[in-house]
Ligand binder design. Structure first.
Ligand code: FES
Ligand code: FES
Length: 162
């Protein structure tokens, strides 16, 4: 279609070439073009964190990033965390510790937590709260989310040294 550009995105380790309008956000490309609907749209204005993905390891609000600006970067979405049908330790911990009610914020919170643990294998309570400050949960599961992240970090650390 006229006005579209070809954008090459590396998502969860796979390259995809998409024809997109230049103003398409990464969030829209993920959800509408690729069907990766685990990444949620909440506010669309960078305020809720529901759309958090990792871009080159950093947590990013995908509603604020144009897809063209993500070209050449390594993008990880919630769909990229499980392997061979097994949920990531963070996902397992969210389930185990009841850190999910409606679940709308969950993928964003998991991705922000993943970015934290990737750079800090043993985050403190306050460090977890700070890392998740941009991830709003209308169901107010914050204490459980913090507990789930802390426990997942411990399990991951133990398994890395086990
Ligand atoms: S949908 Fe992106 S921050 Fe709310
Ligand atoms: S579990 Fe419902 S918004 Fe967080």
């Amino acid at each position: 279609m006229s006005g579209e550009v070809l954008v090459r995105l590396n998502i969860n380790g796979e390259d995809h070439t998409l024809a997109l309008k230049p103003n398409t956000t990464l969030l829209a490309a993920l959800r509408r073009q690729l069907g990766l609907t685990g990444t949620k749209k909440g506010c669309g204005t960078g305020d809720c964190g529901a759309c958090t993905v990792q871009v080159d390891g950093q947590p990013v609000n995908s509603c604020l990033l144009l897809a063209v600006a993500a070209e050449g970067k390594r993008i990880t979405t919630i769909e990229g965390l499980s392997h061979d049908g097994e949920l990531h330790a963070l996902q397992q911990s969210f389930v185990k510790h009841g850190a999910i009610q409606c679940g709308y914020c969950t993928s964003g919170a998991v991705m922000a937590s993943k970015a934290l643990i990737d750079r800090n294998a043993a985050p403190s309570h306050d460090e977890i709260k700070e890392a998740l400050a941009g991830n709003l949960c209308r169901c107010a599961t914050y204490p459980r989310i913090v507990g789930a992240v802390k426990r997942a970090a411990q399990i991951m650390k133990e398994s890395n040294h086990g």
